[in-house]
Design a protein around this ligand. Structure first.
Ligand code: HEM
Ligand code: NAG
Ligand code: NAG
Length: 329
C-alpha cells in the first residue's frame, strides 16, 4: 500500500517541479492557437517602419527594458495606478517609446484570437522585427511568455543599467540577469541605431571632473559636435532643450557594427558606451566586433534570444493580459 503511494508521490513531485522549472519557451508556440500572431506583428512593424525608421530602436529598447525588470513579462507596459508608480513612469524609462505600436498589434491579434497571445511575446516579436528591418539580422523568437501583474518604477531604477556606469557595474548588472560580459558587449551594439537625449551624456561635455572639463576618452572634434547639439544646461533649470542625438554619426538608422568602429575612434555617445573601449577586459571584444560584422550579427541574434528568456513566467503563472496597459480584472 505504502510503496505505490510513495512512488506516485515522488513521481508527481518530480514531474511538477520539473514542469515548473523548465517549462520554457518554444518557437511557434502559437502555431495552433493563433497562427497569424507573428505575421500580424510583422505587418504592423513593417508599416510603422516605412513611415518612421525610429520605431526599430524604440522596440528593441522596449524589449530590453521589459526583460531586465521582473523578466520579459510586459511589466514595462502597465500603467501607473493610484499608490503605485509603474516602471514606464520612472526616470529609468525616460524616453522609452513604442507603446502605440504594441497596442495596435495587440488589438489586431485580440480580434482574431482573444485571450491567447501575451503582451510580452508581442514585444519580443516586435523587437525581432525591428532588428530584421534595421539590420537585416534574422532570428526565430521562442514564445509562450506570460504577462506579469506587477510594475514598479523603483525596480526599473534598481535593475536597468545607467549611462554613467563603468564596466564593473555594467558587468554586475548583466550578470544578475545571467548574461555574460561578452553578451553585454554584443547587445550594446543595439546602440548603433536610435539616439539619446543630451541629458544622458551632457556631463561628459562641460565640467566632467576636477581635472578635465570634457571626458578625455571623447574625441575632441566629436565633443565639439556634441556641444553644438547640447547647450550647457544650468543646474537650476528644470526644463530646457534636451535634444535627441543619434548614437551612430556614420549610419544612424542601420543596425550594424559601426557602433564598435565608433568606439575605436573615441566616438561613443554615452560614457557607458566608451568604457567598453577604454577598459582592457572588453576592448578585445569591441575590436573583434568592429572587425567581423557577420560574426557580431550572429552573436547579436543569439544574445537577443537569451535576453528574451530572462526570469520567465510560463505555463500557468502570470496571465494573458487583455489590454497591455492593465492587469486583468
Ligand atoms: C549596457 C548598458 C546600457 C545602458 C547604460 C543603456 C542606456 C541607454 C540610454 C541612456 C539611452 C538613451 C535614452 C534616451 O535618452 O532617450 C539608450 C537608448 C537605447 N538603448 Fe540602451 N543601454 C544599455 C544597453 C542596451 C541594450 C542591451 C539594448 C538592446 C539590446 C539597448 C538598446 C537601446 C536602443 C535601441 C536605444 C535607442 C532608443 C531609441 O532611439 O528610441 N540598450 N540606452
Ligand atoms: C509617421 O511618423 C511620424 C513621425 O515620426 C509620426 O508623427 C506619425 O504619427 C506617423 N504616422 C503613422 C501613420 O504612423
Ligand atoms: C566603477 O564604479 C563604481 C561605482 O561608482 C565604483 O565603486 C568603482 O570603483 C568603479 N570601478 C572602476 C574600475 O573604476
Amino acid at each position: 500500500m505504502a510503496y505505490p503511494f510513495t512512488c506516485l508521490t515522488i513521481f508527481l513531485a518530480t514531474f511538477l517541479s520539473y514542469s515548473a522549472k523548465v517549462a520554457s519557451l518554444q518557437v511557434g508556440f502559437y502555431r495552433k492557437t493563433c497562427p497569424s500572431a507573428e505575421a500580424i506583428v510583422e505587418s504592423v512593424v513593417s508599416q510603422a517602419y516605412a513611415n518612421d525608421s525610429g520605431i526599430a530602436p524604440a522596440l528593441i529598447r522596449l524589449h530590453f527594458h521589459d526583460c531586465f525588470v521582473r523578466g520579459c513579462d510586459a511589466s514595462v507596459l502597465l500603467n501607473s495606478v493610484p499608490g503605485n508608480v509603474a516602471e514606464k513612469d520612472g526616470p529609468a524609462n525616460f524616453g522609452v517609446q513604442g507603446f502605440e505600436l504594441i497596442d495596435e498589434a495587440k488589438a489586431k491579434i485580440e480580434a482574431q484570437c482573444p485571450n491567447t497571445v501575451s503582451c510580452a511575446d508581442i514585444i519580443a516579436f516586435a523587437a525581432r522585427d525591428g532588428v530584421s528591418r534595421a539590420g537585416g539580422i534574422h532570428y526565430a523568437v521562442p514564445s509562450g511568455r506570460r504577462d506579469g501583474t506587477i510594475s514598479r518604477a523603483s525596480e526599473a531604477a534598481e535593475n536597468l543599467p545607467m549611462a554613467t556606469s563603468n564596466v564593473t557595474v555594467l558587468t554586475e548588472n548583466f550578470a544578475r540577469k545571467r548574461l555574460s560580459l561578452e553578451e553585454m558587449v554584443t547587445l550594446s551594439g543595439a546602440h548603433s541605431i536610435g539616439g539619446s537625449h543630451c541629458s544622458n551624456f551632457v556631463h561628459r561635455l562641460y565640467s566632467f571632473n576636477s581635472k578635465y572639463s570634457q571626458d578625455p576618452s571623447l574625441d575632441p572634434a566629436y565633443a565639439n559636435y556634441l556641444r553644438s547639439q547640447c547647450p550647457r544646461i544650468s543646474p537650476s533649470a528644470s526644463t530646457g532643450p534636451n535634444q535627441v542625438v543619434s548614437f551612430d554619426p556614420t549610419t544612424p538608422d542601420r543596425l550594424d557594427n559601426h557602433y564598435y568602429k565608433n568606439l575605436e575612434k573615441h566616438k561613443g555617445l554615452l560614457f557607458s558606451d566608451q568604457v567598453l573601449w577604454t577598459t582592457p577586459s572588453t576592448r578585445k571584444m569591441v575590436k573583434n566586433n568592429a572587425d567581423h560584422e557577420n560574426l557580431w550579427a550572429r552573436k547579436f541574434a543569439a544574445a537577443m534570444v537569451r535576453m528574451g528568456s530572462i526570469e520567465l513566467l510560463t505555463g500557468t503563472r502570470g496571465e494573458i493580459r487583455k489590454n497591455c496597459h492593465f492587469v486583468n480584472f
